[in-house]
Design a protein around this ligand. Sequence first.
Ligand code: SF4
Ligand code: SF4
Length: 181
Amino acid sequence: MSKVKKKVKVIKVDVDKCNGCRACEMICSAFHATPKYSSNNPARSRIRLIREPLRDVYLPVYAGEYAAAECMGRDKYVIDGKEYEECGFCRASCPSRDVFKEPDSKLPLKCDMCEDDPAQPEPLCVQWCITKALTYEEREEEVEEDVKLGDLETGLESLAGKYGLQEIMDTVARMAMSKKD
Ligand code: SF4
Ligand code: SF4
């Protein structure tokens, strides 16, 4: 695979600065609502707060790649005496939990760095995080050329994993035929 120069966009998370306000969840879900800003349901956010105020645990986690299969292990982390729940740091939408799934369709959600239309100068969750627990960085790197899946492809990949590719293709063909009638 060839190497190309690519702008790498990074959101850094400083867990110790997070106060669990959930402003990041609200703005993310509002920006990705249809129509934009018409609702702010945190269940539709691509960043989720693991929040246990009694133990002072606040952990913002970004939605990453969709995983078609459950993993074999469950990790627990203890950092500075705080214990984080199993799967706590995992960014995947996967079959073993409801996190990072669109609540109505159950299709996987993935952080798009707010490159949706209109693209934002900085990710909105960073702009709305007043404690600076989230900060944004851009840098140039030489990386392997890859094919980036968009929301539609990620959704289709998840449906194909659930129902099989042939069933999806048959359904699309049936829909196309019924549109012609
Ligand atoms: S960068 Fe944008 S899409 Fe990603 S979690 Fe933050 S607000 Fe949501
Ligand atoms: S906006 Fe910042 S401080 Fe508030 S919950 Fe999100 S990451 Fe934490």
